[in-house]
Design a protein around this ligand. Structure first.
Ligand SMILES: C[S@@+](CC[C@H](N)C(=O)[O-])C[C@H]1O[C@@H](n2cnc3c(N)ncnc32)[C@H](O)[C@@H]1O
Length: 353
């Protein structure tokens, strides 16, 4: 049976973000108080509005919703996500360079040979307050700026189960007139819904809703294992990817170093910690070989969960890519080749054509 092709290691440049250490002091104390307050008072939409079981954990939702007010503070509790953003764009660009989407096989009228077009439609699953989604929306060509960036974004739909975070995301997007225009014209949209809702509504409609790129940054380790599983979640994501398109994500490996770094050190009290306490549960971390096996199985599963194609046929033309990343205080995130089994890593799978 053919395996997913492992791409050659692509040298990714560092984000270049130079920063001082993230200090969680007064703000974290306030956030924790707010967290416990919100846990008991804020009504959250936890479950799909349809019949599909939700993958959303009530605790995770409360935790992230409580961080909403400081989501866009570059020195706040989401600081490590802000710092990861440039690498995300570079990683996606490297995927597109290695496995071009189907569009590239058909030259458009008026398009010069080798000329790239902003013709890719993105879905960002678990977008939170919009750190990645908004930065991608900024790259959609506009009347004033027609430059095509390496992510070649034509449109982006971003969804999150937290209504509080979606509200924060929308409010922040309106600040930039270009992004606001994309919101108003529909090339950029935020939706407060679960992945399962989207899948269900897309299976109900006669038109199959699929995207060129589906992104899943720092979400896989937060889904509820009592109602869903990474396999079910990834299978749903893959159903929304067009043939030849990519599912791109980042998550954390379940290793001893990641326990020390992500649970003990990163969540330690000020001045050591870089993320609020309770952000991660080590047992929910997932290893690269697990993600690879789940996406292989996900590719073989059809819309109704049963095999759509025989195994070898479903994996033909697919690709797998994985890069370890590490956070260096004062420097930000850097690609560290061969470190994917230790802790944080980016991964991507291309659906065969
Ligand atoms: C660590 S944040 C990452 C946010 C964003 N992807 C980023 O990297 O900037 C995790 C996000 O996943 C969302 N989330 C948690 N469980 C989810 C689920 N089952 N389905 C979709 N999103 C989920 C949370 O609401 C939160 O916004």
């Amino acid at each position: 049976m053919p395996k997913l092709l492992t791409s050659s290691d692509t040298a990714l440049k560092s984000s270049g973000a130079t920063t001082s250490r993230f200090l969680i002091s007064f703000e974290t104390q306030t956030t924790r108080t707010l967290t416990s307050f919100l846990r008991t008072t804020t009504p959250h939409r936890l479950h799909s509005t349809g019949t599909a079981p939700s993958s959303v954990s009530a605790d995770e939702l409360s935790h992230f919703s409580a961080l909403a007010s400081s989501w866009w503070d570059p020195m706040g509790p989401s600081r490590v996500l802000h710092l990861m953003n440039p690498l995300r764009h570079e990683f996606i660009a490297s995927c597109l360079a290695e496995g071009p989407p189907m569009h590239d096989q058909q030259q458009q009228p008026g398009q010069l040979q080798g000329q790239e077009q902003a013709n890719l439609h993105y879905l960002d699953v678990g977008c939170g307050g919009g750190i990645f989604a908004e930065s991608l929306a900024r790259t959609i060509p506009s009347k004033e700026n027609k430059t095509v960036t390496p992510t070649r974004t034509a449109s982006i739909t971003a969804l999150d189960p937290s209504s509080t975070l979606i509200q924060i995301a929308r409010e922040h997007a309106r600040i930039d007139p270009t992004v606001d225009t994309h919101l108003r014209t529909g090339w950029f949209s935020y939706q407060n819904r679960t992945l399962e809702d989207l899948i269900e509504s897309s299976s109900d409609s006669s038109e199959k809703k699929q995207f060129d790129i589906v992104t899943l940054f720092e979400v896989l380790e937060h889904i509820d294992p009592s109602t869903s599983s990474p396999l079910a979640f990834l299978t749903n994501c893959l159903r929304l990817v067009k043939p030849g398109g990519w599912l791109v994500g980042s998550t954390i490996a379940r290793s001893f170093p990641s326990f020390l770094v992500n649970q003990v050190i990163a969540e330690a009290p000020w001045p050591i910690g870089v993320v609020p306490r309770g952000t991660h549960e080590w047992s929910k971390f997932v290893n690269p070989d697990e993600v690879k096996a789940w996406v292989q199985e996900g590719l073989m599963r059809g819309r109704d969960g049963t095999a759509e194609k025989a195994g070898s046929e479903a994996l033909q033309g697919s690709m797998w890519k994985c890069e370890g990343v590490m956070y260096f205080p004062g420097l930000g995130w850097e690609i560290v080749k061969g470190s994917e089994d230790w802790g944080n890593y980016f991964w991507a799978v291309r659906k065969g054509v």
